[in-house]
Write a new protein. Sequence first.
Lengths: 674, 230
Amino acid sequence: MSLRLKLLLLGLATLVLPWAGCNYAREMESALRSGEQTSLQAVAQTIAASLQGRSDLLYREPPPTDAPTDTAEPPAAPQPPASQTSPTAGAYDLRPIALASAPLLDGYSEDWPRDPSAWAYFRKDARHHFGLLSGVFERMLYLLLEVHDEHPLFDAPGINTLDPATFGDRIWIGFDDPQGEQQQLFLAATAPGAVTARRIESGEYGQQTAVLEPRVHGAWQPTRDGYRIELRVPLSMLGSRFGVLVDDRDARGAVPVSYGTLRSDDLHTLGRLIVADPALGSYLTQFLQPGLKLAVTTPDGRVLARADALAQSATLDAGTPLLARLYRRFVDRPGERRLLESHAPIYDRDRAAVIGRLEVTQTADRWMRLRDRALTRMLNFTVSTSLVAVIAMFAFAAWLALRLERLRRASESALTRSGIETSFPETEARDELGDVARGFATLLSRLNEYTSYLRTLAGKLAHEIRTPLTIVRSSLDNLDAEQVPEAARTYLARARQGSERLNAILLAMGAATRVEEAIGSTERVDFDLVPVLSSAIGAYRSAFAPRTFLAELPAGPVMLHGAPDLIVQALDKLIDNAVDFSPAASAITVRLLLLPEAAVIEVENPGPPLPPQLAGRLFESLWQSRADGDSRPHFGLGLYIVRLIAEFHGGTAAARNLPDGSGVGVSVRLARQQ
Amino acid sequence: MKRLVAIVEDEAAIRDNYAAAFSREGYAVRTYATRALAMSAFAARLPDLAVIDISLQDEPEGGFELCRQLRALSAELPIIFLTARDSEIDAVSGLRLGADDFLTKDLSLPHLIARVNALFRRVDALRKPAGGTGELIRRGPLSLDAERMQAQWDGKVVLLSLTEFWMVHALARHPGHVRNRQQLMDAANVVLDDNTITSHVKRIRRKFQAVDPDFDAVQTVYGMGYRWVE
């Protein structure tokens, strides 16, 4: 893992800032929410208090004093009407819900609220039952009846609707009118579609006629297992009681199976109509604000009236910046409710009984928008802070890596250049990297001292050894002059051989120093390199037979300004090496290339290639890679001398393996313009 | 009367070995370990030949100083530097101070004796009237007097050290023949490395060029050696 990546990861840790911001936003939101909740509660209690004792407003008729508790669940099996005892039994009460809009009277239920708990079910037996959904919108009572009937039967079309022979399935509605008179209307249809209620009136002479009641009308549609009737009744016609009776006939004119919330004998209502005064809705509207919904319910939760302005609140997403919406995705917990609700009981005048409940609903939009604004600002800030931190860290890491890379490169190349490079980058820096660089520089300068000590060691050693060696040799010389027994002569000869070898070693050891001195005192002359080389090659041919020498020299003169003696000396070293590392009777190539700025002498010999670890070190002092067992003294100075001579001529020396791997080529570059 | 050879050398073993060798050759030998001892003795009596080491105990350049003082006492006295130092600078400064030869200590005793003998021969020859019976080599403007070990170019004396004279002698005896380095060393009774021979040759050329700027008789045959061309 690179330093850059590590610091980048470290920089990512600053992302904890936006995270903390999100958490803070959540905290703020819940605080806001509880504040809103409190104020909403206050609103609810205020409105509820204003409605205290206003049962006239809540209910068109006096409220049920026996607040029923069992009506919360649908009445599963109402008692047959015959056994009905209490006219106030809650099971037959009609409790219309408050509708948000007027349903279209078309016999279809799609435009009704889908609220199963609002349905009331009436059941005679398995074959005879119906569901009733009632609702109030403005000043109208709407009814939706789903009647189960295995044999739906329309009236026979005819003139006299009171002729029993024409009777099919019929629906009776019965109610008190505002004056307290019992009224009954029936609905009969001869075909699907619109239907209008009729009233049975007795004439002066006792004859009965069916009179259309145009204020009560609806639609009749058959369904899969029966029929459906949608009906509208103006509330102004109604008093405090209301009931529905289904006459189910299996054949025209047959005795019907009657069931519902009217007594089947005299069609008197069994249940009350519990519905709010129409003024309640407008009363609530005055408290309405955008984003608020008010509802008054009966104590058991049936909505009497509502005023709804939730939708007037602008939707949250509209006009919200994309970024804010993105942030909200991170902050919002899934399933979080976007609505605040509160409710307060409405008491009667004496605060003795609960006559209703006020429910207040508020959209979360207001504080959500507040929160969003704060959140967006904070997240913008923290994210940009994090971004800046990450970028800064990355840049810093890149800079560090660059410096480290520079150090690394300098440390790698310090030893491979000629001598040791002691100037080191970054040593001026005042940080830890500067310390490291200074440490390196110190180390290198020490190493340099050490290396130069080593380089001069051979010369110094040669000098120091020369004196004792002289003692040995002069003693041997003297011994020669003495009378030495013949047997001892052998040892004398060996001692002399040994001292000669020592002397040769001393000469070799001092060679580099002498070359350096010679170079220092050499005068440069102008000369033609070609005859110098050809003369030298001629000498090598005779000296190193049976090896052959191929000379590739330019035809024209190659003028240089330098020391031909030194160049030949360098060539001697190269040829020595080439001969040592090539098989006997092989061909050594000496080539002179003429470049615009330099003359290049190349010596190529077949033989083992250079080991790769030698690259760049071959021309250093005291480096050698000869196989052991060579009796001649070598101190790795040969190629070092070649380098010194090349550098004296403003050039370089380099060695490489031949492309086909068959041998080694050494090239010495000599600058032509001095 | 035996010739007196003075050996100034701080290393006792070498000093005694040299002394023994010279004694065996029939010379009288006096040895001194320091410059002060040597100078006080030389003030009393000059030797016939002095062999001087350059570094003398606590005086690293004591030999040079001694040579200068000795040369002040006598212009003809043969002086040989014999030293462990083999640097070019030392050789040049030694010869410039008027030493007749500058030798490194890896020279064998027989070679040293040969040189000393040669120097004495030259002293003797110089004392004889000129135009003696000695072997004289003439190569164009060059004339080499092997007896006096003296070289002349166009009749002008070229002052060569013993080693240089022997090298010129070896080259000029067979003009046109290439003498390789080994042959030159053998002729000069020295063991030297290539660079030292090269600098000897350069010095020879320079000395002749001091007499005749057009001197070009010593030619380098690269890779082989040198030859004398007329």
